[in-house]
Design a protein around this ligand. Structure first.
Ligand code: UD1
Ligand code: UDP
Length: 367
């Protein structure tokens, strides 16, 4: 059985690493290869994850880089089609909701190659998010839909997806977290950045709706300045956000007393998450990691495709008005936190369940 996993952007590497490890059990019958589209390419957005998550060098590197949605998607489709033609995989695995996920799914579906979507069925019901379009299309084309939370099963059922294709297997992003917790616990990042555990706020922002306009970025800096009067603020900046701050000429508004860094490697970043008093973010994956680690999280968005993190986890969905986010943040920092629980099957074994489903189904069909 020949399988190619597609990775392109930072969160994809974290999701595919445990899947690759789990295929080890079947290496007599499965050839698992990795195709990196090159959607993310900076060392700190790509190579550092391969190194830290002990992934082999990708078998295929498409080198597509950045561009408009159409350009990037088209480049991925054109280059991946050649790989699919020469390799003729039985199946591709596509994680998450980025352009690489959708582009390779379209190519595979038209070539009769089976598709397994890892993290299927999540919905924000907000079509202004490019990721929502990627999620809906990928699910529509997939043959195996592996879901992380029960609500996703209902979402897929409402869209008429055959329930026999849907498997509740858990959360591969949490698999990586569980596996690397000992390393995360021995990270020296707090000392390196002169931080005290439980005494700082960690902030990440990269959604186009939050960073692609000057008004939101100005409000973000005001918010950070206000929070930094109470606690140290650490802000590892995503390349999109960095590019926008520069192109809008807003460097002069960056508060002096916040610790602004570039993207941080996986182990050190998770050590910061685990030891922070509060995380303020618009990330998808970080909502899940904070829930698993019981760290208070404020999600600065109007909706979330990961509702379980709000319903039973430590996540607060706060909208995008940074003045009210500031009030909520100060309230949480004063001790008004909610106690969360860890969602079902977020136990470090999701990837093993996924590869077991794929291998046993393949064996049954080819008997
Ligand atoms: C992408 C995903 C988003 C995901 C995020 C994870 C899509 C539509 N978006 O958003 O869902 O949450 O990755 O981080 O697929 N850039 C660099 N170096 C890099 C990568 C990007 O400088 O290694 C800069 C470029 O200026 C580029 C911009 O970041 O134009 C955006 O990159 P892109 O991959 O298009 O989208 P992200 O915002 O990273
Ligand atoms: N992450 C990281 N370093 C950083 C910021 C994030 O290692 O500086 C990790 C984070 O812990 C999570 C993943 O990257 O595992 C999430 O990526 P991102 O927020 O870029 O994407 P999203 O999940 O929103 O698609």
């Amino acid at each position: 059985m020949k399988i190619i996993s597609i990775v392109g952007a930072r969160p994809n590497f974290i999701k595919i690493a445990p899947v690759h490890k789990a295929f080890g059990k079947y290496n007599d019958i499965v050839a698992h290869k990795i195709c990196h589209t090159g959607q993310h390419f900076d060392e700190k957005m790509s190579k550092v994850f391969f190194d830290e998550l002990e992934m082999p060098k990708p078998d295929f590197y498409l080198g597509v880089g950045s561009g408009s949605h159409a350009l990037q998607t088209a480049r991925i489709m054109m280059t991946f089609e050649k790989v699919a033609e020469s390799e003729k995989p039985d199946l591709i695995i596509v994680p998450g909701d980025v352009n690489s996920t959708m582009a390779c799914s379209i190519v595979a579906s038209k070539m009769g190659i089976k598709i397994a979507h890892v993290e299927a069925g999540l919905r924000s019901y907000d079509r202004e998010m490019p990721e929502e379009i990627n999620r809906v299309l990928t699910d529509l084309l997939s043959d195996y839909l592996f879901v992380t939370e029960r609500g996703a099963i209902d979402n897929l059922s409402r869209e008429g997806i055959d329930s026999r294709k849907v498997f509740f297997t858990g959360n591969v992003m949490i698999d990586s977290l569980v596996y690397y917790l000992p390393k995360i616990d021995s990270s020296g990042v707090l000392g390196d950045l002169d931080l005290t555990a439980g005494d700082f706020v960690l902030v990440t922002f990269h959604r186009p709706s939050n960073v692609d306009n000057t008004g939101s970025l100005r409000a973000l800096f005001e918010f950070l300045e206000r929070i930094s009067r109470e606690k140290r603020v650490v802000f590892p900046v995503h390349p999109r956000t960095k590019a926008r701050i520069k192109s809008f000429g807003l460097e002069g508004l960056i508060p002096d007393n916040i610790l602004m860094t570039g993207p941080i490697g996986y182990i050190d970043f998770l050590a910061l998450v685990k030891n922070s008093a509060l995380v303020v973010t618009d990330s998808g994956g970080i909502q899940e990691e904070t829930t698993f680690l019981s760290v208070p999280c404020i999600t600065v968005r109007n909706n979330t495709e990961r509702p379980v993190t709000v319903e039973i986890g430590t996540n607060f969905l706060a909208g995008t008005n940074l003045e009210s986010v500031g009030v909520l943040a100060l309230d949480i920092l004063s001790g008004n936190i909610k106690k969360g629980t860890v969602p079902e099957l977020w136990d470090g074994k999701a990837a093993q369940r996924i590869v077991d489903v794929l291998v046993t189904t393949h064996k049954r069909i080819n008997k």
